[in-house]
Unconditional design. Structure first.
Length: 289
């Protein structure tokens, strides 16, 4: 059904007809649907008087294009009963091609909102030379996206983070933060009024790259972050790349571990009651004859 040329969303128009691409596309769609179902991203109708509306964040990178296409594919097939609004936050980065995304979204017939907020100047003013911009940039971006979601009547902000982003964040927290934590596929914001979803949680970065490249989407690089050398995330990515090269499939094994946590075999008394763990004393008190 996915391969019928008259049964596609415009975002898939001109898709390669090779067997390899068809398998790639179906895999990404399947994994996205599984994540949406597994993590309960579709609100029960009893909790909402109308169909939920999602704010799909579009940066212009390979991951967000993949997210946008797959969500519209699922919606097109009647498998995602939500309204989708694409949103790009133009953060005022020098040289950002401001017309690329509006023209693309218009051409594809995708409902969208383009918002301009010069957070770039704020980041450059607040962060000392030689320090990374990511944390402040992310906070400013997230705050604006939450505001836009509320203005547009959306119940969720949807991001394009994939499996490898989640793994890298886990190891960054492990190596630099001293905690076992990563990007959850679903959370509620601090105010409690919006969900944040990551439907590509099970999808590999390499699949996103192959998909977006094959579809010839107009990729926009992030020069603000990508131009900085020595970022912790880049270092972690290099480590994971090395492990994967020496043992293909290692990333997926580590990702499965994040879905198979055993609190009783860790060391955090806040998530497992070690003090209340008792041994069976009956057998030790039984007289032996």
């Amino acid at each position: 059904m996915l391969d019928e040329p008259n049964e596609i969303h415009p975002l898939f128009a001109g898709a390669p007809q090779s067997t390899e691409f068809k398998k790639l596309r179906k895999r990404i769609v399947r994994m996205t649907r599984e994540a949406i179902e597994q993590y309960g991203m579709i609100e029960p109708t009893a909790q909402s008087a109308s169909k939920p509306r999602w704010l799909v964040c579009l940066s212009g990178g390979k991951d967000s294009y993949t997210l946008l296409a797959v969500l519209h594919e699922l919606q097109w097939r009647g498998l995602l009963p939500v309204d989708l609004l694409a949103c790009n936050l133009d953060q005022g980065q020098p040289g950002f091609p401001a017309t690329v995304l509006p023209e693309f979204l218009e051409k594809m017939g995708v409902p969208h909102r383009i918002e301009y907020q010069d957070t770039y100047s704020i980041v450059m003013d607040k962060i000392p030379a030689g320090r990374t911009f990511c944390a402040l940039c992310s906070r400013l971006r997230r705050g604006n996206l939450y505001r836009i979601a509320r203005e547009e009547g959306c119940s969720a902000v949807v991001l394009g983070h994939h499996r490898d982003d989640i793994l890298e964040t886990f190891f960054m927290n492990l190596f630099h933060g001293g905690r076992l934590a990563t990007m959850p596929p679903k959370l509620v914001n601090e105010e409690g009024d919006l969900f944040l979803y990551r439907p590509l949680a099970h999808v590999a970065e390499a699949d996103c790259e192959r998909f977006a490249t094959a579809m010839n989407y107009p990729i926009i690089p992030c020069d603000l972050c990508g131009s900085q050398d020595g970022l912790q995330r880049q270092q972690v990515k290099a480590i994971l790349d090395g492990w994967e090269a020496n043992s293909p499939g290692r990333r997926q094994v580590m990702f499965r571990a994040l879905m198979n946590a055993r609190p009783s075999h860790l060391l955090d008394p806040k998530i497992f009651d070690f003090e209340g763990l008792m041994r069976n004393v009956e057998s030790t008190n039984t007289e032996q004859f």
